[in-house]
Design a protein around this ligand. Structure first.
Ligand SMILES: *[C@@H]1O[C@H](CO)[C@@H](O)[C@H](O)[C@H]1NC(C)=O
Ligand SMILES: *[C@@H]1O[C@H](CO)[C@@H](O)[C@H](O)[C@H]1NC(C)=O
Length: 242
């Protein structure tokens, strides 16, 4: 009981101090337009309103910063699970594995936060996509030890984190494909819709697609992101644009 109380107190302390000091100069039309490109539009709109959002660049950076801040919070929640799991080997293992995955995710998202102001959208997309997969890996680790309130709460939080990261990734993709004029942004298109991005930085205009022979079976997971089961690699991966 005490550990649960500490857990929630630490959440309150760690919540970012946002709108109280700087009232938002939010442009809800721009946010709505941008969020059309995302999979979880409501989550996108509600989380962006309190952050800088004057143009596409700012919206993308804000979305990334939001995801990064949530990730830091998820890390402290995972640490709390570990602390509360002495004497429970399976939960200890799951918590440690989750913590490791989130550390990997942090590294990727941090790289993206630093790369975006330099205009490195392609790198940002690659790193964020990896960061999202690690978040899903943490979720998967906890799934098997979901027998305390703390784990359940953390998994719900991870659901939202995955949704936010997926959204940030969709926004980057829209910018990369359609440019900074958000009027041209629409619902995220995926390989499922028969949409293949043009060659981009590879520059040869070749159509991109799933390599021949790869069997990918995609399912959408409950709270966000989706899972690609790759029979060759044998693993599960979360993916935002899928
Ligand atoms: C995002 O975070 C970075 C690093 O903390 C900061 O420099 C930047 O101003 C933030 N951008 C937005 C739009 O919030
Ligand atoms: C975790 O357990 C709670 C309580 O039994 C349940 O409501 C929830 O759906 C479970 N979450 C997952 C992801 O299995």
């Amino acid at each position: 009981m005490a550990s649960i109380t500490i857990f929630f107190i630490s959440l309150i302390v760690l919540l970012p101090p946002n709108s109280a000091i700087h009232p938002p100069s939010s442009n809800s039309n721009l946010i709505q337009q941008a969020c059309k490109a995302t999979r979880y539009q409501q989550l996108c709109e509600s989380s962006l309103t309190r952050y800088p959002n004057a143009n596409a660049n700012q919206i993308i950076q804000s979305a990334l910063n939001i995801s990064y801040a949530s990730l830091r919070l998820a890390q402290s929640m995972a640490q709390s699970i570990l602390k509360a799991s002495a004497g429970n080997p399976s939960r200890t293992t799951a918590a440690n594995s989750c913590i490791q995955h989130l550390a990997n995710s942090e590294q990727r998202l941090k790289s993206t936060v630093e790369a975006l102001p330099r205009g490195e959208m392609k790198n940002g997309r690659a790193w964020t996509s990896a960061g999202l997969a690690y978040q899903y890996d943490c979720w998967s680790a906890l799934k098997y030890v979901n027998d305390t309130e703390m784990v359940t709460e953390t998994m719900l939080f991870l659901d939202r984190l995955i949704g936010k990261t997926s959204n940030a990734l969709s926004l980057m993709m829209a910018y990369d494909v359609f440019g900074e004029k958000m009027a041209s942004w629409g619902p995220p298109k995926t390989e499922r819709d028969g949409f293949w991005e043009r060659g981009g930085s590879w520059g040869d205009g070749k159509r991109l697609g799933v390599p021949a022979g790869l069997k990918a079976d995609m399912t959408v997971c409950k709270g966000g992101g989706c899972i690609i089961r790759d029979s060759a690699g044998g693993g599960e991966r979360g993916a935002g644009s899928g």
